[in-house]
Ligand binder design. Structure first.
Ligand SMILES: Cc1cc2nc3c(=O)[nH]c(=O)nc-3n(C[C@H](O)[C@H](O)[C@H](O)COP(=O)(O)OP(=O)(O)OC[C@H]3O[C@@H](n4cnc5c(N)ncnc54)[C@H](O)[C@@H]3O)c2cc1C
Length: 569
């Protein structure tokens, strides 16, 4: 019988992005034995791609002197279409200035004002210039800073280990199993506590700005372990992704003064958000662009123009150098000379693993934070710059919470981990031994296209129900999926297959949540129910996985100092 290796640590963190590393730094302070397990090298986590910036009411910028955490919180709650939990928003916005200064002290090279203070740019849905940035490469700067900090501590990192299941013993999470991608061996990770920092599920959709790895594994792992998923139907579509590849063109481009034009050379945002114009929140701008395209005021029936030419070469080179390079390399457009072709694309997962403000899930010993979780600070629509903030604020907070509890938790036995490895090995063998069937890549691409077409910027009952039927067909086809590459060394077809299994599962929670939410709120816009319905739907959708089936329940929203109002910009 194979003897599976089991690695024991006090805390195992799944995910090496900003959330995972920030939590690791915090929890390792008290000399706990902390490990980070990640399916890619931590520096390849999607956090590295963040462009525009991180919000904090520092009140540095000209015109932003009166900013405060309360104003940041108000903008966040209004931006969320009042679905965010106000206790969580309060924690995040109060902590923000401290979190940004702390990142600066750790070594992040933020862009600066002439007097040396951290510069702040305007962002969508924000009443003040509040977004701190490092040119248009903020995530790159932050992730490298935290990785350096993590390396200077005694944190064990397991890069390129793909977590396949969470392991329970006596109703408690005691670790996980993971496949070493380099050689295909299964390993057990025993821990007193497990923190999921596994990022979003954006790759469920075609036309996504997200990395290939953002397949929502974390949500699927937790869901299979009986943990609730919250508000999965809320998916952010970013207004400006590059036509052709859907690489993100940061909101910072509009924050620096970029204009949106249709094919009549009209700044059409005046018809949708006359005050905020291009800096209305993302859901509103994305719908405006899609409407222009659908009503034939776009170009080639596919995109509109984002014009930066009036900003001048100096500003573009200084503030948006990455955007210039992306536009030139991937579309042959130099934004100094001509407008960029943009269309809406999937960008962010507001829903995720249901947690309280301490990062606790329903399962003892299992915590979650960052984009994989739903705490919920973004509600029905996230404001740009708030997600990087969430990763560092809740990464630190939850890392600290766990560290406090660790001394009172006993070390789990390794036996359940070995048993789980045996089961996982059987599951993987079954996939690898199948000699014929359908190629996984077909099912995966059809799923992504279906999700974009049936659960995209605009939704309605009929289209979504057709989508759900297609999803059931795809789930059936998966039972006959076949992996042609039987090798164990770096078998990415196997990883894609395991990811796809999870994607097909959580897509159902998303689809049912969207069908049952018969109202329009934030990113979830239904042409058949175009109004928000607070009486019935000022609630969080909670998806359970019971006896192989998805069931929905609803939970109240935590309200606070900001009364629920109509949302106008
Ligand atoms: C192009 C782009 C630009 C953005 N720009 C901004 C911005 O300017 N401002 C802002 O606030 N937000 C921005 N965002 C959003 C923000 O970057 C993310 O929400 C945030 O970085 C997520 O961090 P995270 O640590 O939660 O997850 P991630 O950085 O996505 O990390 C997830 C980690 O989990 C690991 N993992 C996942 N599944 C498994 C598994 N099965 N086994 C092992 N490991 C696993 C991965 O290896 C990875 O290390 C942007 C997002 C994108 C896509």
């Amino acid at each position: 019988m194979v003897d599976y290796p089991v690695h024991s640590h006090d805390l195992v963190i799944i995910g090496g992005g900003l959330t995972g590393l920030r939590a690791a730094i915090e929890s390792s302070k008290a000399d706990f034995d902390v490990a980070v397990v990640s399916k890619v090298h931590p520096l390849r986590s999607h956090s590295v791609a963040a462009q525009g910036g991180i919000n904090a009411a520092l009140a540095n910028a000209v015109g932003g002197e009166d900013d405060s955490w309360e104003r940041h919180a108000f903008d966040t709650v209004k931006g969320s279409d009042y679905l965010a939990d106000q206790d969580a928003v309060e924690i995040m916005c109060k902590e923000a200035p401290r979190a940004v200064i702390e990142l600066e002290h750790m070594g992040t090279v933020f862009s600066r004002m002439k007097d040396g203070r951290i510069a702040q740019r305007p962002f969508g849905g924000a009443g003040f210039p509040r977004t701190c940035y490092a040119a248009d490469r903020t995530g790159h700067n932050l992730l490298h800073t935290l990785f350096e900090q993590a390396n200077s501590r005694d944190i064990t990192i397991y890069p390129e280990y793909y977590v396949t299941s969470l392991v329970k013993d006596g109703g408690r999470c005691v670790g996980c199993t993971a496949l070493n991608i380099a050689d295909g061996t299964l390993h057990g990770f025993a821990a007193k506590a497990v923190l999921q920092a596994t990022g979003g599920y954006g790759h469920l959709f075609a036309r996504s700005t997200n990395a290939l790895i953002n397949t929502g594994d974390g949500a699927a792992l937790a869901y299979r372990a009986g943990v609730l998923l919250e508000d999965m139907e809320f998916v952010q579509f970013h207004p400006t992704t590059l036509y052709g590849t859907n690489i993100l063109i940061t909101e910072g481009a509009r924050g620096e003064g970029g204009y949106l034009y249709n094919n009549k050379h009209e700044r059409f945002m005046k018809n949708y958000a006359p005050k905020a114009m291009e800096l209305a929140p993302r859901d509103i701008v994305a719908r405006a662009i899609q409407t222009e395209i659908d009503e034939r005021r776009g170009f080639e029936g596919e995109y509109v123009h984002l014009d930066l030419t009036h900003l001048g070469a100096d500003k573009i080179n200084q503030r948006l150098p990455g955007i210039r390079l992306i536009s030139m390399d991937f579309a042959g457009i130099d934004p100094i000379a001509e407008p960029i072709s943009v269309q809406p694309g999937q960008h962010y997962s507001m829903g995720g693993i249901a947690v309280n403000t301490k990062g606790e899930t329903e399962l003892t010993g299992l915590y979650a934070a960052g984009e994989c979780s739903c705490v919920s600070v973004h509600g029905a629509n996230r404001l740009g710059g708030n997600s990087l903030l969430e990763t560092v604020v809740f990464g630190k907070l939850v890392g600290g919470e766990i560290a406090q509890k660790l001394p009172s938790i006993s070390k789990p036995s390794t036996e359940p981990l070995k048993e789980a490895c045996r089961k996982e090995s059987e599951r993987i063998d079954k996939l690898l031994l199948r000699e014929e069937g359908e190629r996984v890549s077909n099912i995966r691409e059809e799923l992504r296209k279906m999700m974009f077409d049936h659960f995209g910027v605009f939704r309605d009952e009929k289209t979504m129900k057709e989508g759900l039927e297609k999803l059931h067909m795809l789930q059936k086809r998966f039972s006959n999926a076949y992996i042609d590459n039987k090798d164990l060394v770096f078998n990415y077809t196997l990883i894609y297959t395991l990811e796809l299994e999870g994607m097909l599962l959580i897509a159902e929670a998303l689809a049912l949540g969207a069908i049952e939410r018969r109202e329009s709120r934030g990113s979830h816009f239904r042409t058949d129910y175009p109004k928000r319905d607070d009486e019935k739907f000022l609630v969080h959708t909670m998806a359970y996985y019971r006896d192989g089936k998805t069931e929905l329940e609803y939970a109240p929203v935590t309200l606070g100092i900001f009364p629920v109002k109509e949302r106008v910009y």
